[in-house]
Design a protein around this ligand. Sequence first.
Ligand code: PMP
Length: 440
Amino acid sequence: KLSSQLGVSRNTVVKAFDELQAEGFIESRMGSGRYVEPLPPERSLGRINWQEVSQLSALQTTPCNMAEMLNKPVLSPELINFAHGDGGKHTWNFSQFAEYVKRAAEKPHSYYFHTISGYLPLREWIVKQMGVSQIHSPDQVMITSGSQEALFFIATLLAKPGDTIATEMPTYFGSLQLFQSLGLRIIPLPMDKDGMKVDVLEGVLARYRPKFVYTVPTFHNPTGVTLSLARRKRLVALSEQYRIPIIEDDAYRHLHMGKEPPPPLKSFDDSGNIIYVNTFSKILFPGLRIGWIAASRPFIQMCSRMKELSITTNTLGQIAIADFLMEQNIEKHLAKVRTIYRTQSQAMQKHLVRMKPLGVHFEPTSGGFYYWVSLPEGMNARELMQRCHQRGLSIVSGDMFLLREAIQPYVRLCYSHETEEEIARGMEIMDELLREGKER
Ligand code: PMP
């Protein structure tokens, strides 16, 4: 509202608020807004301006912001949630998992630090059950606090500020925010319905020699697209030809709705150049914060040196999840979860098809959580997001996943949280707003 009253962009207003907050003039209370903080005058004397001294280059400039994303819908349970990219609570069996947490809490060793690279039975389970054929030993696996921490370690190990890296565009906003915060130059790689255009990547590798390529090849976030088998093989071959590491972020692999996706890049990797990252956030619970890296031993050793700097991932959670995985039938759990998400995805798709005459386009998806929806030309995605919020629906504007605003506006719609009925209600809100937008 303020940005339209002042006639300046929303980013300028957000930046001004951030600066006032960094200076201590206002404070932010989660979920309820920003407030003027009464300051005793002497407190401003000799005060450090934390924004100025911060060395993370993009804290001030990233257009996408994890905090903005996470705080809103969680604190407003009355909103229909098409925004958050994590698992739906109706797929979670809390009481069953609580038994494992209780059991872990009764074991004295849950209260100590565990090995830096993670709880061995959990790493052994990953090697046996997660179906990545080039991972033979728990020495090739390290547990992290969510895959986001894994990405943070890997990017920090491989690139320094000013270095160039390449990734699909659009891409997962948490990675985009991370790479920008580390001061990396990002080369955007175009995609089509078969995933990243690997022929374009080849030119990029030859010309810029990026420090790494980051990809979400399976049920990509935000587009839902899956890289074809032929392109996967080509990508691995290019990594060898140019000796460039590839980070394969495979968070959605197990959430297919029809046939299984092609094998991970890692399973074609004879040279050890592919760094594989996955997480329990999408198939179990994101709040546990347990993810993992699978890579060649020397690289895992480097990651362990990095992990040492923050000591370990929490022991209690690792033990609870390991016991759960060893005793419960994960395939049965996944089959249940896939059926739920298939129903929800189909419900959303049905409504999207009906909205096509309004100028909406999307690609059908066969797994993951998302539809990447292009809006009628001239429509402003941020504005639509705000208007959806006002009517009780939270969605995410496409610019969070892009380096710069695309000419065609996009939104990302996530179907993992809501039931068929709520999806129908949410899509009706979108439909109404799109119609109103056309008439204006
Ligand atoms: N990678 C991708 C592609 C994601 O979508 C997400 C979560 N939205 C993550 C990584 C981070 O997941 P976590 O840190 O919870 O494991």
